[in-house]
Ligand binder design. Sequence first.
Ligand code: FMN
Length: 163
Amino acid sequence: MEKKQVIAKSSIQPLPNVLVSCRGKDGKDNALAVGYCTNCSYDPPMVMVGIVPSRHSYQMIKDTKCFVVNLATKDFKKEFNYLGSVSGKDEDKLAKMNIKTANGSKVNAPILVDCPVNIECTVVDSIMTGSHEMFVGKIENIQIDESVNIKNGKLDLSNFELL
Ligand SMILES: Cc1cc2nc3c(=O)[nH]c(=O)nc-3n(C[C@H](O)[C@H](O)[C@H](O)COP(=O)(O)O)c2cc1C
């Protein structure tokens, strides 16, 4: 059978989608939905997130050089959709949706309290790939709900319906 030869804008769709929270140099907090997120090292543990330069969050991460990857569950879908469609340029999104935040323990960025996993990262490198800048985040700390177990060095999220 003959294969079609194509170029698609997005050929793989990694899951879960996550919420990345950050703090600007003015101390204001923000968060956005991110599909471009993956592990990129286990020693040291690191993750990578891709952010488009036009996002409000982009300059915040450039300035403070840290971010938090929050794993959200299906009951956070309304908040996720809002954070992924409205810009912090136009509104204080976290206040508008009454999203609970707390300071990261190790980084100058907020965690989203109602997400069961909050991965605190400092930016150690980045690469402008094209549409996105991929920020490599060294994991400084992970905050997890009591219901999250760790198995063989991995978070066991099998009981969570992630987005
Ligand atoms: C499912 C989903 C995945 C998304 N993935 C990304 C992404 O990987 N990188 C990105 O920069 N924007 C992504 N977005 C878009 C941003 O979340 C959206 O433009 C957001 O409003 C930007 O917020 P900000 O301007 O306050 O930073 C995604 C949106 C959705 C709904």
